[in-house]
Design a protein around this ligand. Structure first.
Ligand code: AMP
Length: 222
């Protein structure tokens, strides 16, 4: 099973992709996390990607596509994949389709998390995460049990540098210009399922699982 999450920054892709991957034993591939790891480790990729990420721009396709292909060629990816943050433009979507076709696979399901802009902005502004296990938190809607500490591993929580208001505005603009056209691309392929992402997390999860179950039954997809 190959599932792609689409949605603006702050739409809940990371949260939902993590729990979906856990539930079905799939591999969660989050390009933002892979790139942040590369920056933290000071790799060549990290050095090239850093400036784009800080400005809220997309990292060039050749770098991101190579990184994703490398990840997909690792043995665990054969279990099935939940992609989060990729593809982010049409060229990336076509590169993914080509790579999957070569392996006799295809994107089976695209979950689009629809969330109003005003909600996205407030979510991103209050967002914190654990730098170690990546558990996401929000000051208001899902605070940690102990202020500033991860519930799972006790690490001090951090805010992403690209969650600053000016960068958030740019990321939303980039999403609208470059990523939103993918909705039409996947709708035409008949694999797009739209989910209202402005609901409590368990309800969003329930609807996503329902879409996966419908896919497994071979029923209608959208
Ligand atoms: P995310 O964690 O998915 O919001 O990604 C954080 C940042 O990483 C983005 O603002 C981009 O700079 C970069 N990034 C993540 N995924 C991609 C991608 N598929 N293509 C280009 N840049 C990406």
């Amino acid at each position: 099973m190959f599932v792609v999450f689409l949605g603006a920054p702050g739409s809940g892709k990371g949260t939902q992709a993590t729990s979906l991957a856990e539930k079905y034993g799939l591999v969660h591939v989050a390009t933002g996390d892979l790139l942040r790891d590369a920056v933290r480790l000071g790799t060549e990729l990290g050095a090239k990607a850093r400036g784009y990420m800080e400005r809220g721009e997309l990292v060039p396709d050749d770098l991101v596509v190579a990184m994703v292909m490398d990840r997909l060629s690792q043995p665990d990816a054969a279990r099935g994949v939940v992609m989060d943050g990729f593809p982010r433009n049409l060229d990336q979507a076509r590169a993914l389709d080509r790579a999957l076709r070569e392996r006799g696979l295809a994107v089976d399901l695209v979950i689009y998390l629809r969330v109003p802009d005003a909600v996205l902005v407030s979510r991103l502004a209050g967002r914190w995460e654990c730098p170690s296990c990546r558990t996401p938190y929000h000051e208001v809607s899902s605070p940690p049990r102990v202020a500033g500490k991860c519930d799972r591993c006790g690490q001090p929580l951090v805010q992403r540098p690209d969650d600053r208001p000016d960068t958030v505005r740019r990321r939303l603009q980039v999403y609208l210009e470059q990523t939103a056209p993918l909705l039409e691309y996947y709708r035409e392929q008949g694999v797009l399922v739209e989910v209202d992402g402005d609901q409590p997390i368990p309800e969003v999860s329930r609807q996503i699982v329902a879409a996966v179950e419908a896919l497994k039954r071979g029923g209608p997809r959208g």
